[in-house]
Write a protein that binds this ligand. Structure first.
Ligand code: NAP
Ligand code: ZN
Length: 335
């Protein structure tokens, strides 16, 4: 196969530059996918800036990919040429450890992210283990579905794993790419939904997406007013927050689940967790099986990303806009 062309970052915080690489022989378990759309997740920005110290330069970011299968490895039985698939944060796992066998591939010690030590979706094509190229329901439009592959699954999985149901009260903290999908999925689960945001201009849209309540977290005392209110608080923010106030906002047996990583340790009094058996937890994307289920739920319940479209060549503009928290609500690059 021919060279793959994309946009790569060569050093922490640098602009994306045109880049090509030779993908070599297609491995027996791989598919090659011709990319039509790729979302810009804030994790791409963290990788570009090496915020987590795991970036390997040069690399092509992008892990909310939709495209068409154009190459099928000799051992692949589950994907076919021409099929429309989605690829998220994960591109490979060992396939044989206890976690892979349980269908929790995101917990595999050999899990390979799509754009760490590999090249991702700001490109014309990409290759992954076929198990991580997931067929898309016909009803989903590629542009609105691409963000589901990372942002969507990352908010869907904890809603499901913490057993959100119609009696639940859920708060979504940060109404960005992840958060605006979190509000929609929480509504689909039947919960009473509260959006927590630093942007008061997002109130009307958050309510249209399914939030019953909106809390402007810049208002002093706003978190105090909702003490003891939530079964699940899902934080999609990667900045330090008033964590103790959020723990205080949980109901008995409630969980504060972080999916955005705050830069500092979270100051929480152990004692505040005990009396009402509260928990603080984290969640990592989701498995191929969970992604399939999430896509099916999205198709049936009309969950879709609100997108701002950029030509692939304008990826730097999209990244800049994400950094300024100006995208409503997910930038998607198109080829
Ligand atoms: P995003 O689109 O940039 O949205 C983040 C939102 O957080 C912003 O829209 C903003 O919402 C809020 N925010 C930003 N800066 C803030 C600040 N200083 N204080 C308070 N709130 C602030 O980002 P995203 O793509 O949704 O990703 C969110 C985080 O999740 C990133 O850190 C990303 O790396 C992480 N992530 C984790 C996983 C996982 O598996 N755990 C998967 C994907 C992404 P408001 O305007 O509403 O305040
Ligand atoms: Zn992501």
């Amino acid at each position: 196969m021919s060279e793959i062309h994309g946009l790569a970052v060569h050093a922490a915080g640098a602009h994306l530059l045109a880049y090509k690489y030779d993908p070599g022989e297609l491995q027996a378990n791989e598919v090659e996918v011709k990319i039509s759309h790729c979302g810009v997740c804030h994790s791409d920005v963290h990788l570009i800036d090496n915020d987590w110290g795991i970036s390997k330069y040069p690399f092509i970011p992008g892990h909310e990919i939709v495209g068409t299968v154009v190459g099928v490895g000799s051992g692949v039985k589950d994907r076919a040429m021409g099929e429309r698939v989605g690829i998220g944060w994960q591109a490979d796992s060992c396939g044989i450890c206890e976690w892979c066998r349980q269908g929790l591939e995101q917990l595999c010690a050999k899990a390979q992210p799509t754009c760490v030590g590999r090249n991702g979706g700001f490109a014309d094509r990409v290759r992954v283990n076929s198990r991580f190229a997931i067929p898309l329901p016909a009803k989903l439009e590629s542009e609105n579905a691409a963000p589901l592959l990372c942002a969507g699954i990352t908010v869907y999985a904890p809603l499901r794993n913490y057993e959100v149901r119609p009696s639940s009260r859920v708060g979504v903290i940060g109404i960005g790419g992840l958060g605006h999908l979190g509000v929609q999925f929480a509504k689909a689960f039947g919960a009473e939904v509260t959006a927590f945001s630093t942007s008061k201009d997002k109130e009307a849209e958050a309510k249209q997406l399914g939030a019953h309540h909106f809390v402007n977290t810049r208002d002093t005392g706003a978190l105090k007013k909702v003490a003891g209110s939530f079964d699940l608080l899902l934080s999609t923010v990667s900045a330090d927050q008033e964590w103790q106030a959020y723990v205080n906002a949980l109901r008995p047996k409630g969980t504060l689940c972080v999916v955005g990583a705050p830069p500092s340790p979270m100051p929480i009094l152990g004692g505040s967790l005990i009396a009402h058996q509260k928990a603080v937890a984290g969640s990592n994307t989701g498995s191929p099986q969970e992604i399939s289920e999430m896509l099916d739920v999205a198709a049936r319940h009309g969950v879709k990303a609100i997108t701002e479209r950029f030509a692939m060549a304008k990826a730097n503009d999209a990244v800049t806009k994400v950094k300024k928290n100006q995208v409503r609500y997910r930038a998607v690059l198109t080829n």
